[in-house]
Design a protein around this ligand. Sequence first.
Ligand code: PLP
Length: 365
Amino acid sequence: MNSYKLLTPGPLTTTRTVKEEMLLDRCTWDDEYKSMTQQIRSQLLNLAGADPVKYTTVLMQGSGTFTVESVLTSTIRDEDKLLIVTNGAYGERIVQIAACIGLQHTEYRVNFDEQPNESDIRSILENDPSISHIAMVHCETTTGILNPLDMISKLSIAYRKTLIIDAMSSFGGIEIDVPSLGIDYLISSANKCIQGVPGFGFVIANKEKLTACEGIARSLSLDLYDQWQGMDKDGKWRFTSPTHVVAAFSKALEELVQEGGVAARFIRYRGNNALLRERLAQLGIHAYIASDKQSPIITTFLFPNESFSFPHFYAYTKARGFVIYPGKLTDVDTFRIGNIGEIDYEDIEQLCTIIEEYMGVGVIA
Ligand SMILES: *Cc1c(COP(=O)(O)O)cnc(C)c1O
């Protein structure tokens, strides 16, 4: 297999040193391993600006979706009602999970290229006082649109709701101050902006809220409260933990600090994203999301012309060392390029040169 860099939003390109951590087999009940789990939990609280007296971190086996499902099944009672803000596939997945569990819920849906509107949400909350919880995706990886955390946080605090944020593809790459935003459950996973490998997700949780959630879960393995209680004792996961992934993640957190923390990583992602958008626009390849709503995480690009073939384009860039991502929209033809992972400015310059060559060839043919 030829090697290539991933320009996909998870799994993503990791450093060699992160991968090397996985060469050792670790014991799940060993003290050193358990303290690694505890250290990760407190480092994540630090990244979130969260005080360990008021917040805790719970790690959960599986991909990110398992952790979203864990929060929904463990923290929302049958008598509660969840408002789900959607403008993409990941918001819609929260709706699917709510339906699957049988939660009372309502969806506020906007177009995939639009941000949710404050006055719409305000009137939904005014008209339906039975709503107890609000869930929103921060960066909709479907399109790359960034949703307004400040706005939803302000409303959630004003109307005294419990706020659940899917920050899967943004946490670690965009600064998020969990306490000041009043986020009660922030969800993310190992293989996104922290730049680890896939295998578990995590929740930064408001302890007071989580404490009240004993016995709510309709699932044994996804019970967030029980996982917290178990893990809080000494760092032992309830069931087999993804040891290699945990070790790699611990190294990835160390490397995030070395890079200069979330602020420095944000600058790298944003610079790479701006370069990519500018260079492709010059080739007539335009972004689907307007620049003021665009995240530095991933960009959706419209096909430049009718004869453009994604499989052909994909094979061309892959053969030259970069793997890109198909689009996820049904009404327009698009492809996506991710900016997260161990990707530097030179990588993006090289990719842009490859795409320029490709487009030049396309014109002649
Ligand atoms: C990656 C991602 C998820 C989780 O997806 P998995 O495939 O289960 O890891 C959830 N929400 C968002 C916004 C994501 O980017």
